[in-house]
Design a protein around this ligand. Structure first.
Ligand SMILES: [Ca+2]
Ligand SMILES: [Ca+2]
Length: 366
């Protein structure tokens, strides 16, 4: 393991006793760090929590310097996380239903829209939309029929539509349902909905670092969660989009829309659909430059993300990170079906391609 904090004490040359004090402090930090890593590597004894898999703690390479990656994924840097349990699958409709039945929880998409809250997330001076538009709903993928309208791929409103009445029970809007879709991932859950479920389940949302550690499946240098070839031997490894997004969908992986969980091979940690199917909320605030905020520190230990979000593309919207890409990720548009790919989503936004999975810390020894 490389030494943490080396740059900070190399770059400050303090005289005499102060230097000695710094060296002692650094040595202590190093010793604590080394002990922490060793103690957290092993899988705890006993049965695994239901539906969860163990991801060992340790140091891994987070992000990438791949020239084809997005700028927000750079630079590749060393990160250390503790071991943790993680759901093997995205949280399903059946699991989310149990939570709602037990608690009476209403998701963000089912609650009245408060313009006083919403107007803080749009540019100042934005006029209030008509009351008939400010109704409970969510964003539904609605592909264009025929040719892509003006704006092309630069205008996401060409395929995202605000649908009044869309929520987790009605993923395509009124008239749609999740009947027969118990094993599909729940969608149209805003960040606080995902957090509420996690808390009820005795779990939490993963940090971005934990999520990436898990999605790499123990092979940190691979471009994808399963190797460097997207479809090894022609075999599809995840539910993504084939065809020219968003107008043409081809059915090569068997699922033009969301798939039930566990339809593709699990990764090296036994996790399904980390890549593709639906995006997954993480607990970190989103900034595209998050990795550059730490400077060139040699090792970042258990990062939890920036103190607040900032996306220059949409500066008024608080955003959290989502990871893994979805059934909408295509080679001609986002290529976000890679473990290092990052996305920021407005915290109050439900979408028809966004879900989550949870993690659980090791129980402290008694
Ligand atoms: Ca697909
Ligand atoms: Ca996923």
């Amino acid at each position: 393991m490389s030494k943490p904090f080396r740059r900070s004490w190399n770059s400050r040359t303090a005289p005499g006793g102060e230097t000695a004090a710094r060296l002692v402090a650094a040595a202590l930090a190093w010793a604590l760090c080394a002990g922490f890593a060793t103690a957290q590597e092993a899988r705890p004894a006993g049965p695994e929590p239901e539906g969860m898999a163990w991801v060992p703690g340790g140091v891994f390479t987070m992000g990438t310097d791949d020239r084809d990656a997005h700028d927000s994924e750079r630079p590749a840097h060393k990160v250390q996380v503790r071991g943790f349990w993680i759901d093997r699958t995205e949280v399903t409709n059946a699991q989310f239903r149990k939570f709602v039945e037990a608690t009476g929880y209403k998701t963000t998409a089912e609650r009245p829209v408060d313009w006083e809250v919403l107007k803080k997330q749009v540019p100042p001076g934005t006029p209030k939309p008509a009351d008939e538009v400010l109704q409970p709903g969510s964003l539904v993928f609605t592909p264009p029929v025929g040719k892509l309208p003006p704006g092309g791929l630069d205008d996401v409103s060409n395929w995202w539509r605000w649908v009044i009445g869309a929520d987790w029970r009605h993923p395509e809007g009124p008239g749609s349902s999740i009947d027969g879709k118990d094993d599909a991932p729940v969608v149209h859950v805003a960040f606080e909905d995902a957090e509420a479920y996690a808390k009820w389940a005795g779990k939490r949302l993963p940090t971005e670092a934990e999520w990436e550690r898990a999605a790499r499946g123990g092979n940190e240098n691979w471009r994808y969660g399963w190797g460097d070839s997207f479809a090894p031997g022609g075999k599809r490894m995840a539910n993504t989009w084939q065809g020219r997004f968003p107008e043409v969908v081809e059915d090569e992986d068997g699922f033009p829309r969301i798939a039930p969980v566990k339809q593709f091979q699990p990764n090296g940690y036994g996790l399904y659909d980390t890549i593709g199917n639906v995006w997954e909320w993480c607990s970190d605030w989103y900034r595209p430059d998050a990795y550059r905020l730490d400077g060139d520190r040699e090792l970042t230990v258990d990062p939890k993300g920036p103190a607040k979000s900032y996306d220059p593309m949409e500066p008024y919207q608080p955003k959290r990170v989502s990871r893994g890409g979805s059934f909408l990720c295509s080679s001609n548009y986002c290529t976000n079906y890679r473990p290092s790919a990052r996305n920021g989503v407005a915290t109050d936004s439900g979408m028809s391609h966004l879900g989550f999975r949870c993690v659980k810390d090791v129980e402290p020894a008694r």
